[in-house]
Design a protein around this ligand. Structure first.
Ligand code: 2M8
Length: 411
């Protein structure tokens, strides 16, 4: 396998998806700036152009709201082919944005970009730091429940149709959203995307929050879905640790961030589903565990949390598929190797899981995962996700975060 050629191909993908100061996840399917995609891109771009990597993150933060929230999409320029676009979200600000957030990995990725060239990055990091703190404060103020991070919409989790939300989604009424035309299924095989009944509910949740003016207090009380997302809690805990590191580096006060970390560690304990023996999401409307073992649970190591039972689950699941980590437990009857976040393997999640495993001294497992992901991309291309049984590519092609993961971790 010629890795030089693949490195070039990865850079080429990031360049083709470059829209000047931000990168789209892939042409056609996702024509705007997505939050955690951009953070991954910054990490990847920093391997060859630190200046452009800073621009990526700074452009994402042009979408930050006055209350600190960083939206999941920034609609810098009108583009065709994506639904729901800025007209549906109807957020009264410029640049136009969506009204919900996404996994807060920006502090973590900004730290990586900074460490690539501290001398150059110092001023950028100083300027970005306050913005990162205010986003984290927004999470703490509006989204922490018993130290767990709550989502108000599956799109916030980044793992849209994961099984974690099945129970809660069943209680969302999607019957009144009217006619609409999806665009995603024009780009990708509908078998690989969420179903129509999911989309109806996604829209119902969007309309609820929009129609109450994105009022987080009202959303917390009455929105149709509120889940403590185990993946978000782990990613936020990790991001707070990275923010703490940056605070020390820049000589900023650290008490507040240390307090968040302590609270989040308590949240991690609340996520433990003792009956099933793994970390799990919780439906905050009913107080019930999701009873789902998805890839979100395996982000524990990335947050600095180890548990022998999580390792045992990991070994069992990785023994069932040649191309893990599957986004859902292959032993679950909800498992589907094609349908998006209900089974397929995602290179970006693999990178986070493996980095966490290595940091928690599970070096061999981390290296095996890196090698498997490497061969998946090398043999099948820079796709959005892959079939965990046979490795076939799925979703969008020329995918930015897959290219970024190749450059930073997989190659
Ligand atoms: C997917 O989500 C968007 C909605 O945000 C969609 O399907 O339309 C998810 O995989 C999400 O994690 C990702 O950030 C986004 C863009 O790649 O696509």
């Amino acid at each position: 396998m010629n890795y030089d050629k693949l490195d070039k191909r990865a850079r080429k993908i990031l360049q083709v998806n470059d829209r000047g100061l931000y990168t789209v996840p892939t042409k056609g399917l996702y024509p705007y700036q997505w939050n955690w995609d951009s953070a991954f891109c910054a990490w990847g771009i920093a391997t060859y152009d630190v200046r452009r990597a800073w621009a990526e993150i700074e452009t994402l933060f042009t979408g930050q709201w006055d209350n600190g929230m960083v939206p999941h999409i920034v609609f810098h320029k009108q583009a065709i082919g994506y639904f729901p676009g800025p007209d549906v979200w109807n957020v009264p600000r410029v640049p136009h944005t969506s009204g919900i957030t996404q996994p807060p990995i920006a502090a973590t990725m900004a730290r990586s970009v900074y460490e690539q060239d501290k001398h150059y990055g110092r001023v950028h990091m100083e300027l970005l730091y306050g913005r990162l703190v205010s986003w984290h404060r927004w999470f703490v103020k509006y989204r922490l429940h018993d130290g767990m991070v709550a989502i108000t919409h599956p799109w916030e989790s980044g793992r849209d149709n994961a099984i974690d939300w099945d129970g809660a989604m069943a209680n969302v009424d999607g019957s009144n959203v009217g006619e609409y035309t999806r665009r995603d299924t024009a780009h990708v095989d509908p078998e690989m995307r969420p179903k129509k009944e999911d989309y109806d509910r996604y829209l119902a949740m969007l309309y609820f929050s929009r129609d109450c003016g994105w009022d987080e207090v009202e959303i917390a009380k009455n929105s149709p879905l509120r889940m403590a997302d185990v993946g978000m809690t782990f990613l936020f805990l990790r991001a707070c640790r990275d923010l703490l590191h940056l605070a020390l580096e820049l000589d900023h006060e650290t008490d507040e961030i240390q307090g968040w970390i302590t609270t989040l560690k308590g949240g991690v304990d609340r996520h433990w589903n003792a009956e099933r023996g793994h970390y799990d999401s919780i439906d905050l409307r009913t107080g019930e565990f999701a009873n789902s073992l998805s890839s979100g649970s395996f982000l524990c190591w990335y947050a600095g949390v180890d548990h022998p039972q999580m390792l045992a689950h990991y070994e069992r699941i990785m023994g069932m598929v040649p191309f893990g980590v599957p986004s859902n437990d292959p032993a679950a009857d909800t498992f589907n190797p094609k349908r998006y976040w209900r089974g397929p393997t995602w290179s970006n999640v693999n990178a986070l899981i493996a980095i966490g495993l290595a940091e928690m001294h599970h070096i061999t497992k981390a290296e095996e995962l890196r090698k498997a992901t490497q061969s998946l991309i090398a043999e099948h291309g820079f796709f959005e996700y892959f079939d965990p049984y046979i490795g076939t590519p799925e979703g969008g092609d020329n995918f930015s975060w897959t290219a970024a993961i190749w450059l930073t971790w997989a190659s």
